[in-house]
Design a protein around this ligand. Structure first.
Ligand code: SF4
Length: 195
């Protein structure tokens, strides 16, 4: 391939980015693929579900290190899972920005509790949170569970507590969540993923 002096200056003025290389007549596809391979080499792949909306797109999360000794894992790249039947490798802009969500200093990682009458949220352990939730649910159900309605028909319902589940779960997890919640008699149940 002949590159004229004029072409050469035009291209170098535009920098040495991929588009400039393409302007010289070279294909950038292979080079970019190599860069991508290099970036993801030896990363650990973990499959997950996007937590943002009810579409529930499948993800592959790449974390640093191959679990070698003295390596602290950290997610550095997230992309759509090409084998996932919902999104087949695609992600919307929210999903494509998930790596920032993962590392956000504002991300809530532990349960918090705000006592009645205060405006202060206190971090509590998972054990504390589960014990408290279970205690409150049991007390309320014992007090308000309705076995029969006014006409004597069996209804087995519990109307004073509601349950909200999120979309970041598989179909199977959603199915089990639904079964467990319904088995308590709760009717006010919603799931972002509409399972
Ligand atoms: S990638 Fe976008 S469309 Fe898919 S689940 Fe996440 S937010 Fe919803």
């Amino acid at each position: 391939m002949r590159v004229t002096r004029r072409q050469f200056f035009k291209v170098t003025a535009a920098g040495l980015g991929a588009s400039s290389v393409a302007a010289l007549g070279f294909s950038t596809r292979d080079a970019l693929a190599e860069v991508r391979e290099f970036k993801l080499a030896r990363s650990t792949e973990t499959r997950n579900t996007c937590p943002y909306c009810s579409v529930s797109c499948g993800l592959i999360m790449h974390s640093i290190g191959d679990k070698a000794k003295n390596t602290e894992s950290s997610i550095f790249h997230i992309e759509g899972d090409p084998d996932h039947p919902v999104n087949r490798g695609t992600l919307c802009p929210k999903g494509a920005g998930l790596v920032d969500f993962v590392h956000s200093p504002n991300r809530l990682k532990y349960p918090e509790y705000r006592a009645p009458g205060t405006n202060v949220w206190k971090s509590i352990s998972w054990d504390e949170a589960f014990t408290r939730i279970a205690r409150l649910m049991k007390d309320d159900r014992d007090k308000n569970f309705t076995e029969k309605n006014a006409d004597g028909f069996v209804v087995n319902r519990w109307l004073t507590t509601g349950f909200l589940a999120a979309s970041a779960s598989s179909n199977e997890t959603g199915y089990i969540t639904h079964k467990v919640v319904r088995s308590t008699g709760i009717l006010a149940f919603d799931n972002q993923a509409r399972v």
